[in-house]
Design a protein around this ligand. Structure first.
Ligand code: IMP
Length: 424
């Protein structure tokens, strides 16, 4: 419900333990996502395109057509999971035959675009997300079924417009001069070589998505979103957004759980109106690698900017995302602040704004109007029942509920699945 990194993987983990699901499906985004789960022994498992159900026995995981798949990264992810001892094979993972493929030239192109923008760079994850989406919408995208078949892959590469190929070849030489290791433009032979292993490795995972969804009709399917509502390419803080619709859940969902942090974080470019003072931010962010709760990107390792809860953003996400209930995460990290602030409105050129502004320049300049709440000093990581939480914590949760106009059904007080309190 914010700018991503709200802790969805832990939420998925919790639901898979406490409810019966047959499958988990990812339906948008790509390798830009970083989903961190922590097992019972405290080991971190980070996935990017593979749904967070992969660690759970008996759960099938589907990567649907809205997901952008970088074959080289997919091979790496599957291999790493296997090395960690998890089973990943066609009995528990399928990739839609229509999933869009990210190739090397998408990543090269993104690097160049970002560099050209200088100080105005989006601060992307460099996973080729936006160029892949552009290819799709320019009707020049490659599908998974075509990628894993050498005949169609070669035909696809050959069919790319000449101008396109020239452009990428020119760009490649520019990148190489600046010391970057890149593929040789869109050189068909080199591409076929570079991707041969991935093609063979991934081929067995191909599934018919329509067939999968049909089979799921009378089963329990958990859709796993990625990124955050405010990074939505249509609704979010353009241009500092990702390239998929992150705030648009699939139509066949019975219930939509919005995941929100008890505060807010953001990586990459764009305004974070409620950003904390440096000293406060340091406390919330913690130390890299200290725990899965520390505020460093799971995909890029970048430190996240941290801010107080933004009620304007949360209400917008709840409404646009058709959220039924909210799962509030990372409440434990607010322990120790004598006062906790919440933005209830924005100030812009002397005016008070109470809803998320559509004009992007306005959002870039708004200032928060805060309300303060008394904090709590106790560590709440061991709380398991609502009654275990200090009264000030419960008051804070209630206040967030009022602002979001949605019931908070769960709060998370640590990275492990069991560190969850059900409020109903
Ligand atoms: P892209 O998705 O790599 O194009 O990056 C666009 C913007 O979205 C950048 O500000 C990224 O930091 C941000 N972003 C993309 N994916 C995630 C995510 O999973 N969590 C948080 N931020 C993300």
């Amino acid at each position: 419900m914010q700018f991503g990194d709200e802790g969805k993987a832990k939420v998925i983990d919790y639901f898979l333990i406490t409810r019966d699901y047959d499958a988990v499906a990812r339906y948008h985004g790509g390798g830009n996502a970083g989903h961190t789960q922590v097992d019972r022994h405290g080991n971190e498992v980070i996935t990017h395109i593979i749904p967070s159900g992969i660690r759970k026995k008996g759960v099938y995981n589907a990567i649907l057509s809205g997901v952008m798949v970088d074959p080289l990264e997919a091979v790496k992810e599957i291999t790493e999971l296997r090395e960690m001892g998890y089973k990943v094979n066609i009995s528990n993972l399928g990739i839609s035959e229509r999933a869009q493929i990210t190739l090397q030239y998408h990543k090269d192109f993104e690097r160049r675009q970002e560099r050209k923008k200088g100080g105005k760079a989006v601060g992307t994850t460099m996973k080729g997300i936006s160029p892949t989406a552009v290819s799709t919408h320019a009707r020049e995208g490659l599908r998974f079924a075509e990628f894993v078949d050498p005949y169609y892959f070669e035909k696809f590469l050959e069919s790319l417009p000449k101008s396109y190929k020239n452009f990428f070849e020119r760009m490649t030489s520019i990148l190489r001069k600046s010391g970057n290791v890149v593929a040789n433009g869109v050189n068909v032979r080199k591409y076929m070589e570079m991707y041969e292993y991935a093609m063979n490795f991934l081929r067995p995972f191909k599934i018919d998505e329509a067939d999968f969804l049909e089979r799921m009709k009378d089963k329990n399917l958990l859709y796993e979103s990625a990124q955050g509502a405010l990074l939505d390419v249509v609704l979010g803080t353009v241009p500092y957004v990702t390239a998929s619709e992150t705030c648009n859940p699939p139509a066949d969902t019975d219930k939509i759980i919005g995941v929100s942090k008890a505060y807010i974080t953001r990586v990459g470019g764009g305004n974070l109106p409620t950003r904390m003072e440096l000293e406060e931010e340091k406390i919330i962010r913690g130390v890299r690698g200290e725990t899965a709760g520390a505020e460093f990107g799971a995909t890029t390792g970048r430190p996240r900017n941290c801010g107080w809860f933004d009620g304007i953003i949360a209400k917008f996400a709840a409404r646009e995302g058709r959220v039924d209930n909210v799962f509030l995460t990372k409440l434990d990290r607010l322990s120790g602040f004598p006062e906790i602030k919440v933005a209830t409105a924005y100030r812009y050129k002397g005016d008070i704004i109470k809803s998320f502004p559509a004009e992007r320049l306005v959002f870039e300049e708004v200032e928060p109007v805060y309300r303060g709440f008394p904090g709590w000093m106790d560590d709440i990581g061991d709380a398991r029942e609502p009654g275990d939480l200090p009264q000030n914590t419960r008051n804070y949760v209630k206040r967030l509920e009022d602002m979001m106009e949605r019931k908070i059904t769960h709060v998370s007080v640590g990275p492990k699945a069991e560190q969850t309190i059900e409020l109903i």
